[in-house]
Design a protein around this ligand. Structure first.
Ligand SMILES: [Zn+2]
Ligand SMILES: [Zn+2]
Length: 281
């Protein structure tokens, strides 16, 4: 393993949290959604077996917590086969370098996300002027520089399969980030959506804190391509997921998910796209 990895220089602890921080929800027997401050990561795999993967890598400074959640579920000294990234925003790669060093596992991401994972390209600056609440206003403190994973990150297979996640396919869902992906398992229609859509109004601090469940488009302050974001939500709704774990908010399932997704698709321009902001139009 190449040890030459580096976070963006602007990486730091972000003082924002939620009531769900530090707790996990077992969405399915082999699917755990765990909340670190204001973001979720997933452990995918049967806890009675040794094979599992981690999807996304939490907030800056959360590596020890992620490791202990994994060890609690899969046993002391257990380690995943891989870490799969839905995208490379700071709140999804915040503990990644420590995790890769500790577990010595490969990281997989979409090809279009690679420049942001190998230190070549920073994400556009978050937009504090976008329509929304306090989280949007405080977004300038969010890191947007690229993490550099060097040779530790690999491109997802082009046939749609996901390494070490049998039954899951990756789906390109750009808009929030160019190489954003979601993960879908046909067998039980489970969806790991990343930030393609979320189940909390992520721009509003009190909603983030209480985690009030409400379907929402991708977090506004970091979404730069709203046309693509809309097409991605339509693509995911067409899969008719039975359960969805999103990057932010409480997992949603059944009738509530179906009707909420339908509403998000039909009213995307009003509900998801901000009325103003520097990445609109
Ligand atoms: Zn994001
Ligand atoms: Zn996010």
């Amino acid at each position: 393993m190449n040890q030459n990895m580096e976070y963006g220089h602007d990486y730091r602890f972000i003082p924002a949290t939620s009531l769900k921080s530090g707790s996990g929800i077992e969405v399915l027997p082999d699917l755990l959604c765990y909340t670190v401050q204001i973001v979720n990561f997933c452990l995918v795999g049967d806890p009675n077996k040794e094979d599992f993967v981690v999807v996304d890598a939490g907030m800056p400074g959360s590596a020890n917590e992620i490791i202990s959640v994994a060890e609690e579920r899969f046993g002391v000294n257990s380690r995943p086969k891989a870490i799969i990234l839905t995208h490379g925003h700071f709140d999804h790669v915040g503990a990644l370098i420590e995790l890769v060093k500790h577990w010595r596992v490969p990281v997989y991401a979409h090809q279009l996300e690679l420049p942001y994972l190998t230190g070549q390209k920073s994400y556009p600056e978050p937009d504090p002027t976008v329509e929304g609440g306090m989280v949007a206003k405080m977004s300038p403190m969010f890191p947007n520089e690229a993490i550099n994973l060097g040779k530790n990150v690999q491109i997802l297979p082009s046939d749609g399969t996901v390494p070490h996640m049998a039954g899951f396919k990756w789906i390109h869902t750009p808009g929030h980030a160019p190489g954003h992906i979601s993960l879908f398992r046909e067998k039980d229609r489970s969806l790991i959506a990343g930030d393609a859509f979320v189940t909390v109004k992520q721009e509003y601090l009190y909603k983030v804190f209480t985690q009030e469940q409400e379907i929402s488009g991708p977090p506004r302050y970091l979404t730069t391509d709203w046309m693509a974001a809309k097409a991605s939500v339509i693509k995911l709704a067409e899969l008719q997921p039975a359960v969805a774990i999103t990057g932010h908010g409480v997992p949603m399932s059944g009738e509530l998910l179906t009707t909420s997704l339908e509403k998000l698709v039909n009213e995307f321009d009003q509900r998801a796209v901000p009325n103003y902001g520097k990445y609109v139009n």
